[in-house]
Ligand binder design. Sequence first.
Ligand code: COA
Length: 335
Amino acid sequence: MERIPVGISGVGSYLPEKILTNDDLSQMVDTSNEWIVERTGIEQRRIAAKSQAASDLAIEAGIKALKNANTNPEEIDLIIHASVTPDYTFPSTACIVQHKINAKNAAAFDMNVGCSGFVYAMATGANFISSGIYKKVLVIGSEVLSKIINWEDRNTCVLFGDGAGAVVLEQCDDGFGILSYDLGSDGENGDVLIVPAGGSRNPASADSVNGKLHSIQMDGKAVFKFAVKIMGESTINALKKAGLGLEDLDFLVPHQANTRIIDSSLKRLKLSREKVCVNLNKYGNTSSASVPIALDEAVKEGKIKKGDTIVLTAFGAGLTWASIVIKWNREDGND
Ligand code: COA
């Protein structure tokens, strides 16, 4: 079957206004700016307002991506929303976004693939276009992680932040756009990064609330080991699937979890620091929003040029990983 080439026609992001610095955190738990910067690279993160849920951030980012793509909401055929902090168990946050942006012709669904969610969602959305089923897909990653953090747990509360990013996917010129992807999972080790309660295994109860089982629990060392191995490996696998090698890679947009994880991936990929987007110092780990926020910044800063081979790569809960190779199809650095 002939595949239609699919590229990004618009990108946008939204960060809540409130800034929480490392010094602020050191007033809340036994930590310090020095420890957090040295072990993670994070200096501050954004925190959503009490009234903001994932859909509110998603709408802001989605509207910016639509504008950037010169696309009306009615032209969107499908909205995929990736998140681990949806507004509700159901209805899906994608449906809330669909209604509020007036995308009246769009199908809509959510995906939960941990921090790999946005990259998984992009691969999914692209297939609807390359197969000829849909013409325009809005893919959003949006998280309000501050609402599922145990603010007394210094092992996790220093790592995460809130934000949203989005892209519009549509047909692009031959030879450009998404060239390949590498998606994977390792469910056996899923318990190293988990919110234990609130689902059908451990429904909400007084005990689950008292035990803080509705917040993120993590074996940081195990996740670190996995991440360092998988980001480089998955990037190389995705490039291979596109018939490319490391020498072809112009720019990397990695999941923003920890600069030490990114730096060790760069070593493996033989890539210099100028060829990678790092903004986790400002936003922390925003889970499935981190890759599209980083992509939006890199595009706006003119770091990605038409014809560049770029890779979006992420890892996260599941455990999961995902990488996408794109031959950049837009003239950027000028919007
Ligand atoms: N401030 C000060 N000390 C802290 C701390 C904090 N915020 N958090 C943990 N510590 C302490 C630990 O309790 C430990 O103390 P101990 O030796 O007395 O037990 C010490 O610092 C070292 O902890 P360690 O776990 O060895 O640190 P680390 O170098 O592995 O860094 C992480 C911890 C969490 C930063 C790191 O493991 C990591 O980034 N993991 C991946 C997490 C991630 O990316 N998760 C999301 C994936 S999508």
